[in-house]
Design a protein around this ligand. Structure first.
Ligand code: NAD
Length: 290
């Protein structure tokens, strides 16, 4: 396929390189001038789009996605697909899809989970919103860039799945860190706590697969001085999107709101910036009951 790829950052560059390695013709563009292996560089976003069967975007947020969509949609061939893999707000995803479909294009929102390691290894999971036809067009690309693509329904539903997942992730990580800090103060050995909870009803991905306590469970950022991994700033972004969506859908999300407040404070007022989101554990270790 001919692929345009816009946004060659930490995630986009390895994704684009994997598509080129698989034999697709990939033309990329990034305002920062970054490049990806095997990918021809274009001088504008539009130039990636004119010959493309699929234009992929991997951008920081919804406002930038909307601006890029304004540039590339008029340049795309009728029937081509605009595939956005960024994490953005549900409303921007739906607005861009409407704009693309009105111009005779297919559109998909397909945010990912798996992080930079998954982007490099081609093992991302895609959560996808859009039509069956557009999903079928993009399926071979999902197979190169990832190991699983779940079609979640119409446009916006991929973003909805992503923010619901990450709201659960943020909340379970916080409560897992609280529980370890409480266990310490009660004199309960961390390894014993892990042995019990990881096979009891308190288990979760945050505890079992990404344990915030160093030296316990499988290897995780806690074993690497809390270097990300998944940076706390990105958790603030995703929780912000979840709470914004909850407001616009009139959904009650008190724990999600509290998780957002705690991660925002961690990043803006404490030492969370640049640290993995599991570094909430040393934060709680230093604190008493209030
Ligand atoms: P990044 O900042 O490394 O990359 C974004 C790139 O977009 C940058 O290189 C930037 O120069 C480029 N860009 C900005 N405006 C542009 C424009 N108008 N035209 C062309 N390029 C432009 O970010 P990232 O870590 O690659 O994340 C990209 C997206 O993936 C985000 O939405 C993020 O939330 C999501 N995501 C990231 C991770 C992760 O672990 N990094 C995991 C899952 C999802």
């Amino acid at each position: 396929m001919n692929i345009g790829f816009i946004g060659l950052g930490n995630m986009g560059a390895p994704m684009a390189a994997n598509l080129a390695k698989a034999g697709h013709t990939v033309i990329g563009f990034d305002t920062a001038g970054t490049k990806a292996e095997g990918v021809e560089t274009a001088s504008t976003a539009e130039a990636t789009a004119t010959e493309a069967d699929v234009v992929i975007t991997m951008l920081p947020n919804g406002a930038i996605l909307r601006a890029v969509a304004d540039q590339v949609i008029p340049a795309m061939k009728t029937g081509a697909v605009l595939l956005d893999c960024s994490t953005v707000d549900v409303n921007s995803a739906r607005a861009v899809a409407d704009q693309a479909e009105a111009a005779g294009l297919g559109a998909l929102d397909a945010p990912v989970s798996g992080g930079i390691g998954g982007a490099q290894a081609g093992t991302l999971t895609f959560m996808v919103g859009g039509t069956d036809q557009a999903f079928a067009t993009a399926q071979p690309l999902f197979e190169v860039m990832g190991q699983k693509a779940v079609h979640c329904g119409p446009s916006g539903n991929g973003q909805a799945a992503k923010i619901c997942n990450n709201m659960i992730l943020g909340a379970t990580m916080i409560v897992t860190c609280e529980a370890f800090a409480l266990a310490d103060k009660l004199g309960l050995d961390r390894q014993k706590m892990f042995d019990v909870v990881s096979t009891s009803s308190g288990y979760s991905w945050s505890l079992n697969a990404y344990c915030p306590a160093p030296g316990i469970g499988p290897s995780s950022p806690a074993d690497n001085d809390y270097k990300p991994g998944f940076a706390s700033e990105l958790m603030v972004k995703d929780l912000g999107l979840a709470i914004e969506a909850a407001k616009s859908a009139d959904a009650d999300t008190p724990i999600g709101q509290l998780a957002l407040a705690l991660y925002t404070k961690f990043v803006e007022e404490e030492d969370g910036r640049g640290r993995d989101f599991s570094a909430m554990l040393p934060r709680f270790e230093r604190r008493g009951h209030r």
